[in-house]
Design a binder for this molecule. Structure first.
Ligand SMILES: O=C(O)c1cccc(O)c1O
Ligand SMILES: [Fe+2]
Length: 285
C-alpha cells in the first residue's frame, strides 16, 4: 500500500497565464509567489505553492500528493510497476520546477496524471493574501472518473485512501482526519474536476458570494451546506472554465476504526441541505 501524507499541489495548464494570475490573485485571493515566462506559482498557505498554472495546453493537469519518506517513492514505484503502471522519475530540472526534493509520476487507471512528491518545499514566510478571502488551507480536489468502481479500487486499495461518504456513484475520500481531500466523480473525461480552498468561516463564504457577483464571476453552486462534510460552500468558474470551491467547516473523522461511510442518494439535496441546485455537471442527476 502507498501511504499519502497530504495533498500537495495541482499543475494546471492554461492558454493565458496573465489571465490566470489575475484570477488567482484578484479573485481567488491567492498569493503570487513566483512567476516565470511560462509558470505562475500561487498559494493559500505557507507552502511554496498550491497551484501552478502553466502556459500551453489548457487540457493538461496533474495532481500531487506528498509521501512521508524518500523510500516511499521507490516502494510506490515497485507496487505501481507490479500493476503494470509505468512510472517516471522526475529529474533535477523537473524537481526544481515543482519545488520538491524528489518525485515520481504516473497515470492512474482513469489516465489522470498523478505525482508523488517527497519534501515539497515549505517557506518560513507567512502567506500574504492578495485579497482578504479568508483562505486557511488548500482543502481538496475532485478528479474525474470514467469508471468509479475501478478508480475507487485503485484509490483505496493501492493509494490507501478511505471512503468517507458516497453520493450516488461519487466518492469522498480521506487520507487523514479531514473528511475528504480527494473526491471522485463519475464523468466522461479525465483530470481535475474541481479545486477547493478552505476559508475561515461562513462570513468568508457569504462575503465571497457578494464579491464574486460584483466581479461578474459565474457562480455555479451555492451558497449552501454539504450534508456530507457539513461544510458551507460556494462554487464558481475560473476563466479557465475550471470549477473552484470555497468551503468552511469540513468535518473531521476521528473515530477511524469505527467509522462507516454513508451512501447518499444522487439528488441535489445530497449536495446541499439548504436547497441550492448544482450547476456542475458531475453533481447533477
Ligand atoms: O464537502 C463535501 O462534502 C462535498 C460534497 C460533494 C461535493 C464536494 O465538492 C464536496 O466538497
Ligand atoms: Fe468539494
Amino acid at each position: 500500500m502507498i501511504t499519502l501524507h497530504d495533498i500537495s499541489y495541482l499543475r494546471l495548464g492554461c492558454r493565458d497565464l496573465d489571465q490566470m494570475v489575475d484570477f488567482g490573485t484578484r479573485i481567488l485571493g491567492l498569493e503570487l509567489r513566483e512567476r516565470t515566462a511560462t509558470h505562475a506559482y500561487l498559494r493559500g498557505d505557507n507552502s511554496a505553492f498550491n497551484l501552478c498554472y502553466i502556459q500551453g495546453d489548457e487540457r493538461y493537469d496533474a495532481s500531487a500528493f506528498e509521501v512521508p519518506a524518500l523510500a516511499d517513492l521507490a516502494q510506490a514505484e515497485q507496487e505501481l510497476s507490479a500493476l503494470g503502471i509505468a512510472v517516471q522519475h522526475g529529474d533535477e530540472a523537473a524537481c526544481e520546477e515543482r519545488r520538491v526534493d524528489a518525485f515520481i509520476s504516473f497515470t492512474d487507471p482513469n489516465d489522470n496524471r498523478i505525482e508523488l512528491v517527497y519534501r515539497p518545499h515549505v517557506t518560513g514566510v507567512r502567506y500574504f493574501p492578495s485579497r482578504d478571502a479568508g483562505i486557511t488551507e488548500f482543502g481538496h480536489f475532485g478528479l474525474h472518473s470514467r469508471d468509479i468502481e475501478r478508480d475507487l479500487a485503485f484509490w483505496t486499495e493501492v493509494m490507501s485512501a478511505r471512503v468517507s461518504d458516497r453520493i450516488g456513484d461519487g466518492a469522498l475520500l480521506r487520507i487523514d482526519e479531514v473528511h475528504h481531500k480527494i473526491a471522485l466523480f463519475s464523468s466522461d473525461t479525465t483530470g481535475v474536476q474541481h479545486v477547493n480552498f478552505q476559508v475561515a468561516s461562513i462570513d468568508d463564504v457569504m462575503r465571497a458570494w457578494y464579491f464574486l457577483q460584483e466581479q461578474g464571476v459565474p457562480i455555479v453552486f451555492g451558497p449552501g451546506r454539504h450534508p456530507t462534510s457539513t461544510a458551507i460552500f460556494i462554487y464558481f468558474l475560473g476563466p479557465d472554465n475550471r470549477v473552484y470551491e470555497y468551503s468552511s467547516g469540513v468535518k473531521r473523522i476521528t473515530d477511524e476504526a469505527g467509522y462507516v461511510p454513508r451512501h447518499f442518494e444522487m439528488k441535489p439535496s445530497s449536495f446541499c441541505m439548504w436547497g441550492a441546485r448544482p450547476n456542475v455537471k458531475e453533481f447533477s442527476e
